[in-house]
Design a protein around this ligand. Structure first.
Ligand code: ADP
Ligand code: MG
Length: 347
């Protein structure tokens, strides 16, 4: 079921929470709405669900204009951050809830609940109560309950937001696998760029009630459309244009800074007239990556990320002088790629 959001505006009093949102979500895709807190993600999700009515614009689900349809008339499953499980019902009874209301046969319900318990990998726990489950297990039950009635669209608002990092990560890949099995058109709200990148087919980046960019995780990371997206999706160095690191690698005289990702800077221990000298201020081990904080001759600071393997090979030490060269940079105004030594990537 495709979802089309057409010219949607939503105000709360005189505050404009959504400004002219246009978006098409293709059937069977898993889309993330990503943005900082207050950017309008939940308002957009709630508008798609029918929990909010847009002031202007339409929501079209599978060709039908649902803008003024009641929530109950839209076939939508919803999962929120805070587990909305019924405490006094067992896991089985929670999953069966929507089916009981729809007066499905006892046999059908029994079969469907077992199927869902298998899908969420909680086969043995059907008779437990929510209080006897971990947070991650509870969210899986909430998801099964939402899926029980076979909704056409699944909406998830920060479903893993209340869980700790490790469980979040497990549930992320679990949700991705689940979606690959069920293929239900799903919209997933998160403020965590890593989560959006790990889970979604497409990411919708929001800021101040507007869409900044829509694209695949790779698109958004490699070809950010705006400085906001550049900064929001991953770390970036903002380098003034007069700095030789940039000036020596472009023929243009730039009036604005250049964005360089920390892994797009090549670092060498050997002097090379084409490279910019810098001194290592700090070395931080970040698991498989190492962060090297550098200071240039004019006191400008830069962050470089390199693999552990590369780091070990270079024998880098705090205080050491090194020589650096940008592999790729983006214009600070338009985010167009300014310098791209693609060959450096194959090295
Ligand atoms: P997000 O989910 O991206 O954090 P929301 O969509 O919840 O953002 O909110 C966007 C903005 O709209 C926020 O500034 C929020 O305070 C405001 N807002 C959301 N819901 C209401 C409401 N019911 N009444 C007034 N303001 C609201
Ligand atoms: Mg929200």
């Amino acid at each position: 079921m495709s979802i089309i959001v057409e010219h949607v505006c939503k105000n709360f009093g005189d505050f404009q929470a959504l400004h002219n949102i246009n978006l098409e979500i293709k059937t069977g895709t898993l889309v993330a709405l990503l943005g900082p807190s207050g950017s309008g993600k939940s308002t957009l999700l709630r508008t798609i669900a029918g929990l909010e009515t847009p002031d202007i614009g339409n929501i079209i689900i599978n060709g039908q204009n649902t803008t003024h349809l009641d929530v109950r008339q839209r076939n939508i499953g919803f999962v929120f951050q805070h587990y909305a499980l019924f405490k006094h019902l067992t896991v089985r009874q929670n999953i069966a809830f929507g089916l009981e209301i729809r007066k499905k046969s006892r046999n059908f319900i029994k079969h469907r609940v077992e199927e869902l318990l298998a899908l969420i990998q909680l086969e043995g726990l059907g008779n437990r109560y929510p209080a006897q489950l971990s947070g991650g297990q509870r969210q899986r039950v909430a998801l099964a309950r939402a899926l029980a009635v076979q909704p056409e669209v699944l909406l998830l608002d920060e479903p893993f937001g209340a869980l700790d990092a490790k469980v979040r990560q497990e549930l992320r890949s679990w949700l991705r696998h689940l979606h690959d099995e069920v293929h239900i058109t799903s919209v997933f709200v998160t403020h965590d760029q890593e989560e959006a990148m790990a889970v979604a087919d497409e990411i919708v980046v929001m800021n101040n009630g507007k869409i900044e960019q829509v694209g695949t995780p790779a698109d958004i990371y490699d070809r950010p459309a705006t400085p906001f997206v550049m900064n929001f999706i991953g770390a970036v160095n903002v380098v003034p244009p007069h700095i030789s690191l940039v000036a020596e690698h472009t023929t243009e005289v730039l009036p604005h800074p250049v964005f360089i990702r920390p892994h797009d800077i090549e670092i060498s221990a050997l002097a090379n007239p084409q490279n910019t000298p810098a001194r290592i201020q700090r070395i931080t081990h970040l698991g498989w990556e190492v962060q090297v904080d550098l200071i240039l001759a004019d006191h400008h600071q830069l962050v470089v990320h390199l693999s552990r393997e590369k780091f070990t090979k270079l024998h880098l030490k705090k205080g050491q002088q090194v020589f650096i060269k940008p592999k790729r940079g983006y214009r600070g105004d338009t985010c167009e790629v300014l310098l791209d030594k693609a060959s450096a990537y194959s090295a």
